[in-house]
Design a protein around this ligand. Sequence first.
Ligand code: GTP
Ligand code: MG
Length: 312
Amino acid sequence: MPPDAGPDAPLVTAMRARELGRKSVVVGDRVGLVGDTSGAAGALARIVRIAERTSVLRRTADDDETTAEGRLERVVVANADQLVIVSALADPPPRTGFIDRCLVAAYDAGIEPLLCLTKADLAGPEAVLDYYAELELPYVLIRPDSDLDALRDLLAGRISVMVGHSGVGKSTLVNRLVPDAARAVGTVSAIGRGRHTSTSAVALRLPRDPAHGEDAPAGWIVDTPGVRSFGLAHVSADSLLHGFPDLVEGTVDCPANCPHTPDETACGLDAWVTAGKADARRLASYRRLLASRSGEGDAREPDQRNPGVREE
Ligand SMILES: Nc1nc2c(ncn2[C@@H]2O[C@H](COP(=O)(O)OP(=O)(O)OP(=O)(O)O)[C@@H](O)[C@H]2O)c(=O)[nH]1
Ligand SMILES: [Mg+2]
């Protein structure tokens, strides 16, 4: 369905045509259809073409490029323009390392991030917001009784994808935003690690908001299954820094090809943090990410490392 399709556009069931070869269709793809596109019961169309993607959000199973598992790359969603990073303030507790990884993935894919802090009824957002104080990161706070006007405004007319750990409340939120979504919602187990309730990514059309005009496109929200980590093996070491805009300026005095690692005494980032220009915890997080990558120093372009789109 085109992203600006009206609420009455038929829902078409289609299968991948053989001529697509190994190219996989992912949530958010715009596709060319042939066959019966009426949407009538039992009608089946075929997907014969995938339009060029305006953005591709990827993650790898882990950060290790040297193992098969580490190279296993998943396209999470195509054509999204906003990444809604969903983190609970408690149960499960927020993990800024995970949020930092999502930010890297968002900047790398050219998708704008939005921090969505759920379960604000259980804990305050101060610690998380303090950590991101140097960043102009838009955020919304969600509690069961809060109205969702601020979030609806930020979602209107855009294609947004939600990512987050299991149990943070992604599907709960989607059900509130899209009343007939009927996404299954799970319980968070005693150890604080939610069961994996949602098992596949689903795009849902947001209801049209009269406040944005009758003809304004309503936008889409993609609910995704909870992930434990957000592997970044597909992101070049250089691009990792783009996820840390508060640190970028601190590297202008670095020597050429500075690896920004702690043992590089000439690296400008330590002085940048000492001067109070960025949070020491953010630098530590950046360096943890650098260290987690065994592919560090790989000079090849990301495109060469990941030729084409893989089968899921
Ligand atoms: N107290 C509180 N509980 C919430 C809130 N939002 C969601 N929950 C609860 O958190 C649990 C998990 O919610 P889900 O929406 O299934 O979480 P999810 O992120 O979709 O989880 P996965 O599909 O496994 O990735 C449910 O029991 C919800 O009722 C909130 O704002 N406050
Ligand atoms: Mg879910």
